[in-house]
Ligand binder design. Structure first.
Ligand SMILES: Nc1nc2c(c(=O)[nH]1)N[C@H]1C(S)=C(S)[C@@H](COP(=O)(O)OP(=O)(O)OC[C@H]3O[C@@H](n4cnc5c(=O)[nH]c(N)nc54)[C@H](O)[C@@H]3O)O[C@H]1N2
Ligand SMILES: Nc1nc2c(c(=O)[nH]1)N[C@H]1C(S)=C(S)[C@@H](COP(=O)(O)OP(=O)(O)OC[C@H]3O[C@@H](n4cnc5c(=O)[nH]c(N)nc54)[C@H](O)[C@@H]3O)O[C@H]1N2
Ligand code: SF4
Ligand SMILES: [Mo]
Length: 898
């Protein structure tokens, strides 16, 4: 790619002619994708059968990547204070913002906030600029909210941030423990591998999660652990491994230190099985089963994710898991090891370059020796001397006015950081804020920005990512850059040049950056640092372009990657040993109180990605869960006067949201669950980040976003309704609403404490529907309809009623596709009723083939009583397979008469 070529026209219509192999934009599984551009700015997407992560599989988000391309939502030009400008002026402004701040307040008044969705090359130059040339370590990343506890846990135990195992171990395990991981929804392709192992070799699955997730539903054993108590469970496991003489004493003696102290500590934490079970809130028999299975199964993999990391004692939770694997020598072996499931596509790459504030670069820290080595390698004039501020502390420093200039790339702290409302206010206090972003509707961060820089998106970006199993893969471009968008690495280098560092940032391409990154990993590295990809330091441009997925370490001279580490010891601590870690007493750091009697747990749904700036563009993905919600246990619902389908206000000392209530016994008593995806761009009063406390883990600095004390109360809505529209509508902020993309436009569902007639009047005014001849008011039934047609096609349809009208909504959405609306249909529009509602009832289960629960139930009643049979009749579940667990659950529910 010639980055200095004049910007192409507005539309990305000059595709490369051939199918391009690249890597999925989403999760840390890092699936290989083959994208075939259609010449119109879109592309057909298929799984890459040759990629070791997925062997051709894709989950529904990956399969729908083609629906998220296009440029309608993109930022196409740089802007200063909201006014379009040239790149030159924009970059000058960023350089000036940084320089002025450094001159007046010193380098620590400047910060970068990065993202695990940046490519390694972007990350490398940002980290180099800040830590070697601006002279501060205030570079942190959203990985602080995601993987920081794992990083800290790995470093405490192993001496380096190493994932010792690989995906093949999931195929080869006999017991897979999934703790704090909703794998079926968040790492679906790994889940498919685990399910296949189950079918092939009878692998048992244990889920440890306070909620009975879809993952837990498909497991052989579910331990519904009390929030935060994981360390008690794993401490008890350690004690029983020792008591039953199942320790790997050879491994412990040869390769570790600190076992006796760790065992004594575990005995203190979990002195008896009964006590451990009680503290964890699990049945003692289930705990016994879990322990027996562990003892009986050498091939055990423990996968962990955010239920472990996002905790006030997250690092201890990680080490509790690592302790038992070390004690039984189950590490780095085929089918056996602890396995951190990474969140973002390149969280690992960011960790490799040292993009966290408490690392320097390439797995080096802030020892005098490391600072000197990196300084010489970079020929850096102004090396940072110590750790910088971790994300939460960084934004607190912004609130206090200590950090005055900030550059945010590829993340949205105004939605995803704890205390999101306060973060918004703090961002407005900055003297200077630059935002590199792709989506023009990315909530309000953009409004606060001094300079907005249009970035290259997936499909245009060019570089590398590393997945959960240390596998480096290429992301290759297959679309040209739209408008004036430019890759993040280019933006950073251009600013560096303007700060006077032209020589150090004179990169012709991502390949040039990658070679330097690889060379740094090998620089004066005699094996002290396992992160060594020296073999890639001399890659020619063509070889970089053609780079096949490869797992590090890959030191100079190596011809093949490394699948597993540490089976024979060789740890990265100076003494070569793994260190058992003594844990602090496990307690809930923020308890329930009279004012805030419940704990809010937050996380993900199957078909959306974070703040929905990509997945929100796909009609297929919008169907699975189409509006924000809060899950409540039936007893809590009764206690707080909540009804399924009605609204509730959820509040903490930091904010309030109003969400639709889902009553379910999958939820634990005393806890709530709400998804993180909806922001002010896609909804109103639903940004759960505004409720989250700033409580962090003392070692990793990772916020606890899984157990936040909150209150809940009914929020009475007298009117409900929807707007079906051909184009994106501005919506009033006072109205509780949620948007979803549909094939020919969007649907906004809404609810309000106002009466239906009053609300309908306000909204028809807002939407200019007064003059339309299509107006129907029916005070007796409370049903109000207004529509406008343009050239006989439906433009906007507004429907207000006392109760939600799912059937009417599904039907109205289909009307958008109609070429013309005939007289009969107009009558139906006004009556608010389709001629027949067959086939379109219930929620969408299979996003690939648009199959709803109603159709599945109908087919099941007609005899299709297995997932396979449903697949045969309706095709549901036969493409990406992501919905198979839900189909199974639906069928089981029917069998049990639920
Ligand atoms: N569909 C989808 N997939 C994604 C993403 C997405 O946005 N959407 N994001 C990606 C990213 S960045 C990440 S980090 C991963 C996250 O992947 P996961 O960690 O699997 O997802 P979460 O839903 O955040 O949380 C996992 C589970 O932890 C449980 N949990 C809460 N508290 C505790 C506890 O104290 N102990 C235990 N054992 N469990 C607890 C929650 O109930 C939840 O079911 O997903 C990645 N994949
Ligand atoms: N309460 C609560 N909070 C959480 C979590 C939780 O479970 N609960 N999870 C945490 C976790 S694990 C994570 S990873 C974070 C995620 O939180 P964020 O990182 O804030 O979420 P994203 O929506 O992924 O933000 C990425 C932004 O970058 C833009 N973008 C996409 N591609 C590019 C690109 O190539 N270049 C540039 N410059 N911009 C791009 C997108 O449009 C989007 O606005 O949320 C964290 N916050
Ligand atoms: S599992 Fe799905 S979201 Fe994750 S990388 Fe693979 S296709 Fe993408
Ligand atoms: Mo994440």
């Amino acid at each position: 790619m010639n980055i200095n070529a004049p910007a192409p026209g507005l539309l990305a219509t000059t595709p490369l002619p051939t199918p391009t192999k690249t890597t999925c934009a989403y999760c840390g599984v890092g699936c290989g994708v083959i994208a075939t551009p259609d010449g119109l700015g879109g592309a057909a997407i298929a799984g890459d059968p040759a990629h070791p992560a997925n062997l051709g599989r894709l989950c529904v988000k990956g399969a729908a990547l083609g629906e998220t391309l296009g440029t309608g939502h993109r930022i196409l030009h740089p802007a200063i204070h909201g006014v379009r400008t040239t790149w030159n002026r924009a970059l000058d402004a960023v350089a000036k913002g940084i320089r002025d701040t450094v001159d007046m307040h010193g380098p620590d008044a400047v910060a970068f906030y990065l993202s695990g969705q940046l490519l390694t090359e972007d990350y490398y130059v940002a980290n180099k600029l800040m830590k070697g040339f601006i002279g501060s370590s205030n570079v942190d990343t959203n990985s602080r909210l995601c993987m920081a506890s794992t990083v800290a846990g790995h470093r405490r135990a192993f001496g380096a941030d190493i994932v010792p195992n690989c995906y093949e171990d999931l195929d080869e395990a006999d017991l897979v423990i999934l703790t704090g991981s909703n794998t079926a929804w968040c790492h679906p392709v790994l889940w498919q591998r685990i399910e296949q192992a189950k079918a092939r070799r009878g692998t048992r699955i244990v889920t440890i999660d306070p909620r009975r997730t879809v993952t837990a539903d498909s497991a052989d054993l579910h331990l519904p652990i009390a929030p935060g108590m994981d360390s008690v469970l794993f401490a008890r496991l350690l004690v029983e491994i020792a008591e039953r003489n199942e320790l790997d004493s050879n491994y412990i003696a040869r390769n570790t230190i600190g076992f006796d102290a760790a065992l004594a500590n575990a005995q203190e934490i979990a002195p008896s099985r009964a006590e451990a079970a009680a503290r964890c809130g699990v049945n003692e028999i289930d705990l016994a089963t879990f322990i027996e299975w562990w003892l009986a199964t050498p091939r055990t993999v423990t996968c962990f994710s955010q239920g472990v990391n996002q905790s006030a004692q997250g690092t201890d939770k990680v080490n509790a898991i690592l302790n038992v694997h070390l004690a039984s020598g189950r590490i780095g072996k085929p089918g056996a090891g602890p396995f951190s499931l990474t969140g973002q596509p390149n969280a690992m790459g960011g960790r490799e370059v040292g993009g966290l504030a408490n690392q320097l670069a390439a797995h080096m820290g802030f020892s005098a020796e490391d600072i000197d080595r990196v300084g010489r390698f970079w020929q850096a004039p102004r090396m940072a001397r110590g750790e910088g501020k971790k994300a939460v502390a960084m934004f607190e420093a912004i609130e206090r006015g200590e950090i005055k200039a900030l550059w945010v790339l590829c993340t949205n702290p105004a939605a995803s950081l704890p205390r999101a409302d306060a973060i918004r206010a703090a961002l407005r206090k900055l003297d200077f804020l630059a935002v590199s972003e792709i989506n023009a509707h990315a909530d309000s961060l953009i409004e606060a920005a001094t300079v907005v820089l249009p970035a290259a998106a997936w499909g245009e970006k060019d570089g590398t990512v590393t997945n959960s199993e240390r596998c480096i893969s290429r992301q290759r471009p297959f679309l040209s850059l739209p408008g004036e968008a430019k890759p993040d690495w280019w933006q950073i280098c251009e600013v560096a040049k303007r700060l006077g560092h032209g020589v150090a940032f004179d990169y012709a391409s991502p390949a040039t950056i990658f070679r330097e990154h690889a060379a740094l990993s090998a620089f004066e590295n005699e094996g002290e640092r396992l992160f060594d990809i020296g073999a890639l330091a001399d890659l020619a441009d063509e070889a970089y372009d053609a780079l096949e997925p490869v797992q590090w370490p890959l030191p100079r001279g190596a011809t093949a990657g490394t699948k597993r580490l540490y089976a024979e010891g060789g740890f990265t601590h100076a003494d070569g040993k793994a260190h058992f870690v003594v844990l602090a007493p496990p307690v809930l750091k923020a308890e329930r109180s009279a004012d805030y009697p419940l704990l809010l747990n937050t996380g993900r749904v199957r078909d959306q990605w974070h703040t929905m700036t990509r997945t929100g563009l796909s009609p297929r993905l919008a169907q699975h869960r189409n509006a924000p919600f809060v899950e409540v246990h039936p007893e809590d619902a009764a206690r707080y006067g909540l009804t399924d389908g009605d609204f509730a206000a959820v509040s903490s000392p930091h904010g309030q949201v109003e969400l639709r209530v889902v009553v379910t016994d999958a939820q634990q008593r005393g806890s709530l669950f709400a998804p993180i995806h909806w922001t002010d761009a896609t909804a109103a009063r639903a940004r759960v980040g505004s409720l989250i406390h700033a409580l962090t883990d003392p070692v990793s600095g990772q916020p606890d976003s899984k157990a936040v004390p909150v209150a809940i109360r009914p929020w009475t809505m007298r009117a409900q309704g929807f707007i079906v529209s051909r184009r994106r509508l501005p919506m009033p902020a006072w109205l509780n609403h949620a948007r979803m993309t549909v094939d020919e436009g969007e649907v906004v569902s809404f609810a309000s404490p106002r009466a239906p007639d009053a609300l309908h009047d306000l909204l028809s005014n807002w939407l200019n529907l007064w003059t339309s001849p299509l107006n129907q008011r029916n005070p007796a039934s409370g049903l109000y309809r207004s529509a406008s047609l343009v050239r006989n096609r439906l433009e906007i349809l507004l429907s207000t009623s006392p109760e939600p009208d799912e059937t009417g909504l599904a039907w109205a959405t289909e009307l958008l596709a109609k070429e013309s609306i005939d007289a009969a249909t107009r009558r139906f529009i006004l009556a608010g009723r389709p001629p027949s509602a067959a086939g379109s009832t219930g929620r969408q289960v299979c996003a690939c083939f648009g199959v709803r629960s109603g159709a599945i139930e109908e087919a099941a009643r007609a005899g299709a009583d297995s997932v396979e049979a449903i697949g045969k009749v309706l095709k549901a579940g036969t493409n990406c397979g992501s919905c198979q667990p839900e189909i199974r659950k639906l069928l089981e529910g029917m069998r049990m008469g639920v």
